[in-house]
Design a protein around this ligand. Sequence first.
Ligand code: PEP
Ligand code: MN
Length: 332
Amino acid sequence: MILQLKKNTDLKYVQAIADTYDAIIIKKDDTYVLVTPSRIKSVDEKYQLHIERTTVCESDIQLASRSYIPTTREVKIGEAIIGGKSRNCMVIIGPCGVESEEQLEQTASLINECGLKTLRAGAFKPRTSPYTFRGMALDGLKLLAKMRDKYGFSIITEVRDSTQVDDVIAYADVIQIGAKAMYDHGILDKCGKTNKPILLKRGFGATLQEFVQASEFILSGGNENVLLCERGIRTFETKSRFTLDLCGVAYLKEYTNLPIILDPSHAMGYAYGVPDLARACMAMDVEGLLIEVHPDPSVAKSDASQQLNHDQFRQLFKTLKPIASAINRTIV
Ligand code: PEP
Ligand code: MN
């Protein structure tokens, strides 16, 4: 249950209600929002005079639920707005990992040519093998920040563990929590303490309930700027790297208030399938797409098989525009 308290409620009552119902306290300007476990469905009569609004939630999907906020939340990324009243769809591109300044310069020309605003690349790469490229770390963050300063892009980059969150906050505009880190409470809690937008990827073995509950750790920490990213889940199928759960996306749109970003690249795992999937993602009427591109995917140090080369992206981008306009979305 979510209890929005009346303005200027005395802290001793805030604490008393929170203690009685095991609630998390969120301070929002001059009001407090208390979130109890969802099994609690009512509060004692004596506390009613302090309560402005009560939202009873079916499950621990609470702050992210449409019962709490019926419209999609607005999130500002650089100068661009997604969600809220906007009908923007942010097309986010970049290589899997930062590899060199030259590589980022080439990506920057593609972004500028397409009139886009956001560059995404990893400096800390979570990998499934210790013998593969794990990213340029701080040097990679600095190169990304250089691109932001030079071209005005918003930068999205990921954290692999909680010790990197402060550096990523310092250098990037959006913090990506990767699929393998979705359950990392050290990261989730730290991301709850900043106001920077967080791109939370779905763990590939996580149910939708678990995925959205992971976002609740960030929201209940006080950060309202969370984006949910579906990037494919593991199924019995082995011909594609993962299975993009578009039915899950329909669920998230219906029941949650968070902007949604779809990542066809990691789901498919092979460049040949990415353009068709990206078009399907655009047709899902969501707030953003994340597509991996590389000037020469054959030499990419990570995720080589799924990255589009720049010509392939140009071809795809042309076909995304009419889909966006058919559903009244503006690509940003
Ligand atoms: C990535 O975005 O490059 C990445 C590692 O993705 P995921 O966490 O979805 O596997
Ligand atoms: Mn990748």
